[in-house]
Write a new protein. Structure first.
Lengths: 102, 452
């Protein structure tokens, strides 16, 4: 069976203007080490494809075993400019949790 | 003694009556209502243009009617930034309501100074060029009509109003977590340069400011443990803050919901960028040193927060009227669904060829509307639901576009259908944000009081 990020983590996404931030919160300390190694910003950017037009920056929070991905130009203009059905990107965390681990 | 801060509003339209069980059960010492998302002020501007006495959130009328009498009777101050573009108008409305309710001795404070719309020329002369926070390009005032221009202010004027005995405080654009920081400074007398304590207060505010989202709402962490029946009646959050800045996050007792280390982590990282530099008007908070501990059922202790000196500049958001958008939803089914979709797209582009439509986007609901190209495309689907979104600078163009398209209704793809409610809908305004920074010295908050 395909192993995905969701098996190791949960997360939530939010918006500021045209920027989406996606948290990936590890379920265990071991999962955090695995996620840190696998979820490079380059891989996340490549996975999200057309959804994120700008750069992806990764921040690490070792104290709470979580990663924060800040995705620029990711909401089709953001807020009420966006023509997407999810203009605030509330569901975008799901896209990262869908990533395959292997 | 611990200061207990309740949070009963996280956006304009939230369930503010969640404040009542906090207050009547005497579970809080102060309640804050955070009503302003990034674009709320631009939306309030539309109300104000229709009626200059408006421009504040409707929720304040409900707060004044139903919550203020209970809070005043128990000496629990209420703080709201729902004054929006018209804190003075909001205070006058509250004063009128409180007078009718006979709340003798009640003191209302209105905090203004964030609205720089009338001062743009003066600020420009003082050297402000309003460069975009991301691109650095200066604001072009003639590009789009400006709906509003509001600066994110800090906690200071709220602290002063509390010191002066205000029972109900309404503000304009005070930064969300600063609403919650204010009563802590008032109670404990923290120095404005005690960065670690201020940062801890800001993080408490950040965890409280989205109400339900820290007690099981919008949560993947507790999707398997929270009873779905709770979601319609979550008990909103309360922070118990100590004099040293550490705090325990909990919720209104005897209500639905759950507070765990994981629900706190989810909200901690909600809508933040660099966790070591969470910038607010009063302090830069660092999320990377703090510790979280489950301290009993529905209690999470937050400690060891650190902070850095406040930023030199304040954030200023312009809201601009950039145009209008319209939505239509079509369905096509088996057989040849993909071919029918192509027919529909071609018919639309031909029909609108001579109209000044700016953008047209097609999203397939259930296939690619959330995650774009991540999803596999079915080869020969039984149904396709396509959401067509299109924009123009003016409403008339969009209305003409729909009328022309409906005229071709019987010429459409075989078995094509359109969602009736989308045909009759009105164009929606496109409000764009233009964020910039402004010198702190150029912003002077002021407070006006009313007594009943």
């Amino acid at each position: 069976m395909t192993r995905r990020v969701v098996d190791l983590a949960f997360g939530r996404s939010g918006d500021k203007g045209n920027v989406s931030n996606i948290s990936v919160i590890a379920r265990t300390p071991e999962a955090y080490q695995t996620l840190k190694a696998i979820l490079t910003p380059e891989r996340v950017k490549a996975h999200l494809g057309e959804l994120v037009q700008g750069r992806v920056v990764r921040y690490e929070l070792d104290n709470i075993e979580a990663l924060n991905f800040v995705c620029y130009d990711a909401l089709d203009g953001g807020g009420t400019r966006s023509l997407r059905i999810d203009p605030l990107g509330k569901s975008l965390a799901g896209a990262v949790l869908y990533m395959e681990l292997d | 003694m611990t200061l207990r801060i309740g949070s009963a509003e996280g956006f304009y339209g939230d369930n503010v009556l969640s404040a009542l069980p906090m207050i009547t059960g005497r579970h809080v010492d102060v309640v804050c209502f955070e009503a302003l998302a990034e674009l709320t002020l631009a939306i309030l501007q539309k109300d104000k243009l229709k009626d200059p006495s408006r421009g504040y959130t409707f929720d304040l009328a409900l707060i004044a009617q139903k919550i203020l009498p209970e809070a005043f009777a128990r000496n629990i101050p209420l703080i709201s930034n729902g004054g929006g573009l018209n804190p003075v108008g909001a205070a006058q409305m509250i004063h009128e309501t409180a007078t009718k309710l006979g709340l003798k001795g009640l003191k209302i404070a209105a905090i203004t100074g964030d609205d720089v719309m009338p001062r743009l020329e003066e600020l420009h002369e003082k050297g402000e060029t309003f460069p975009h926070i991301e691109t650095g390009n200066p604001l072009n005032v003639s590009e789009y009509p400006i709906a509003n221009a509001n600066v994110y202010m800090g906690a200071q004027p709220i602290v002063e109003a509390l010191k002066n005995g205000a029972n109900m405080i309404v503000t304009g654009r005070v930064a969300d977590p600063c609403l919650y920081l204010a009563p802590m400074i008032w109670r404990y007398g923290w120095s404005w340069e005690d960065w670690d304590k201020l940062a801890s207060g800001i993080i408490a505010g950040h965890l409280l400011e989205c109400t339900a989202q820290v007690v099981g709402g919008n949560s993947l962490a507790v999707i398997d443990t929270l009873d779905a029946r709770d979601l319609s009646k979550l008990g909103y959050p309360i922070a118990h803050v100590e004099a040293d800045g550490s705090f325990t996050l909990t919720k209104t007792p005897n209500t639905g919901g759950i507070v765990t280390v994981n629900t706190v982590k989810e909200q901690l990282l909600y809508e933040i960028h660099d966790p070591a530099n969470y910038i607010t008007p009063d302090v830069i908070a660092d999320f990377t040193t703090l510790s979280l501990t489950q301290d009993g059922e529905n209690r999470v202790k937050v400690a060891n927060v650190t902070g850095k000196p406040r930023p030199e500049k304040l954030k200023l958001n312009f809201g601009r009227l950039e145009g209008y958008m319209r939505e239509l939803i079509f369905t096509v089914g088996y057989p040849h669904a993909w071919q029918k979709l192509d027919q529909l797209k071609t018919m639309i582009s031909e029909t609108w060829a001579n109209l000044p439509i700016q953008r047209t986007e097609y999203h397939l609901l259930g296939i690619d509307s959330l995650f774009g190209g991540l999803a596999p495309r079915p080869t020969d689907p039984l149904e396709l639901v396509v959401r067509v979104m299109f924009t123009a600078k003016d409403e008339t163009t969009l209305k003409t576009a729909v009328r022309l398209l409906m005229g071709n209704g019987l010429s459409g793809a075989a078995g094509m259908s359109i969602s009736g409610t989308t045909i009759g809908a009105d164009p929606r305004i496109i409000l764009g944000l233009f964020p910039t920074l402004i010198n702190r010295d150029h912003i002077q908050p002021s407070i006006t009081y009313w007594e009943v």
